[in-house]
Design a protein around this ligand. Structure first.
Ligand code: HEM
Length: 314
C-alpha cells in the first residue's frame, strides 16, 4: 500500500462515526477520541489552545493593555492564530520523526483553534473600526497586508468548515487531504501579513518563517524520497544547516537593505552573544532543527521500529 493510501485510510478512520458507550459521540465532545474514549492528548491540546486566553487575562490584571487595548488584543489573537497554524503544520514532521502516531489525532483540533483565533482577530478589527463594514471592506481592498490577511482567513475558514468528521467522510480521504494541503499556502500568506505589519524588529517573524521553511523542506524530503522509510538523520541535519544558513543570509540582506549597511557587517553581528535577547533567528532555527535531529536519533534507538509507526504522507 502506498504512503498516500495509508494516510487517507488514517484520515478516514479518524473520521469514522465516533461512539460513546454505543452511541454517537457529540461533535462538541472534543476531548474524546474517535473511539469515544476520553483522550489525555486531546485534553492537553485543549489546554494548550486556551493558554493565550489565560496569559491575556493575567497580563490585563498585572500590566494592563496600554492606551489601545483593542489593538493589543488584535495583535495577540493574530499572533496566536499564526502560531497555532504553524503548530498544526508541525504535527506531521513531529509525528513522523518522533514516531508519535497519536499526534495526528489533535492536528485538526489545533488547526480549528488557529481559525478561532483568526476569526476573533478579524472580529476585533471590525470592532476597532466602529463596526463600519464599508470602511473595513475598503481597507481590506486598499491595504495589501489586509488583503493578504483576508485571503488567509478565507482559506482558514474553508479548512475549518471541512474539519468536522461528517465533512471528512463526505469529501473522502483523498479530496480532504488535497484540500487541506492549502494550509501551507495559508501559512505563507499569514507570514507575509505578519512581516508587512511588523514595523521594527523582524527577528520573530524571521524565526517563524525559518521554521516554516524547515517544514516545507521536510515536506519535499518525504515527497521525493526514494525509499518508503523516513529520511535519515543526516538529511534532517543537512536541511537544518541549510535553512539556518539561509536565514542568516536573508536576514542580513534584508537588514542591510533597510539600514543601508553592508550585509557582511550584519552577518558579523550574528556572533555577538552578549545580549541573549538579541540572539539571531538563524541560531534559533539551528537549535530547533538540532533538537529534531536528536529526537530522530533517540526514537530510532528507543522508539517503535520504523515499520511500527504508520509511514504516511499526511
Ligand atoms: C481579514 C483578515 C485580517 C485582518 C483585517 C487583519 C488585521 C490585522 C491588523 C489590523 C493587525 C495589526 C496591525 C497594526 O497594528 O499595525 C494584524 C496583525 C497581525 N495579524 Fe492579522 N488580520 C487578518 C487576518 C489574519 C490571519 C488569517 C492571520 C493568521 C493566521 C493573521 C495574523 C496576524 C499577525 C501574526 C499579526 C501580528 C501580531 C503581532 O504583532 O504579534 N491575521 N492583523
Amino acid at each position: 500500500m502506498s504512503d498516500a493510501t495509508t494516510s487517507i485510510g488514517a484520515a478516514a478512520q479518524n473520521a469514522a462515526p465516533p461512539r460513546v458507550k454505543g452511541r454517537l459521540k457529540a461533535p462538541w465532545q472534543v476531548w474524546r477520541d474517535a473511539g469515544g474514549r476520553v483522550s489525555a492528548l486531546r485534553i492537553v491540546a485543549l489546554l494548550f489552545l486556551i493558554v493565550p486566553v489565560v496569559v491575556a487575562i493575567y497580563d490585563f490584571y498585572t500590566e494592563g493593555y496600554g492606551a489601545r487595548p483593542l489593538n493589543n488584543v488584535i495583535h495577540r489573537t493574530g499572533y496566536w492564530a499564526l502560531i497555532f497554524l504553524m503548530v498544526s503544520l508541525a504535527i506531521t514532521p513531529l509525528r513522523r520523526i518522533g514516531r508519535f502516531a497519536k499526534l495526528l489525532d489533535v492536528r485538526r483540533m489545533i488547526g480549528v483553534g488557529a481559525f478561532v483565533y483568526a476569526a476573533v482577530h478579524i472580529a476585533l478589527y471590525v470592532a476597532d473600526q466602529m463596526f463600519d463594514l464599508w470602511k473595513v471592506a475598503s481597507e481590506i481592498v486598499l491595504r495589501l497586508y489586509l488583503t493578504i490577511g483576508f485571503v488567509a482567513l478565507l482559506g482558514l475558514t474553508a479548512l475549518a468548515v471541512t474539519s468536522t468528521d461528517r465533512m471528512v467522510r463526505r469529501l473522502g480521504g483523498q479530496n480532504w487531504q488535497r484540500l487541506h494541503n492549502i494550509a501551507y499556502a495559508i501559512g505563507l500568506l499569514a507570514l507575509i501579513h505578519f512581516f508587512q505589519q511588523t514595523k521594527a524588529d523582524v527577528a520573530l517573524p524571521t524565526f517563524v518563517a525559518a521554521l516554516f521553511g524547515w517544514m516545507l523542506g521536510y515536506r519535499l524530503l518525504i515527497r521525493f524520497k526514494k525509499t518508503r522509510g523516513e529520511p535519515p538523520a543526516w538529511k534532517l541535519l543537512a536541511l537544518t544547516v541549510a535553512i539556518a544558513a539561509l536565514t542568516f543570509i536573508v536576514e542580513a540582506i534584508g537588514i542591510s537593505f533597510v539600514f543601508n549597511v553592508s550585509p557582511l557587517r550584519v552577518l558579523g553581528t550574528a556572533l555577538d552573544f552578549d545580549d541573549l535577547s538579541m540572539i539571531r533567528p538563524g541560531w534559533l532555527v539551528l537549535g530547533a532543527g538540532l533538537i529534531v535531529v536528536v529526537l530522530d536519533l533517540v526514537r530510532q534507538r528507543f522508539g517503535p521500529r520504523r515499520g511500527g509507526a504508520p509511514a504516511t504522507r499526511a
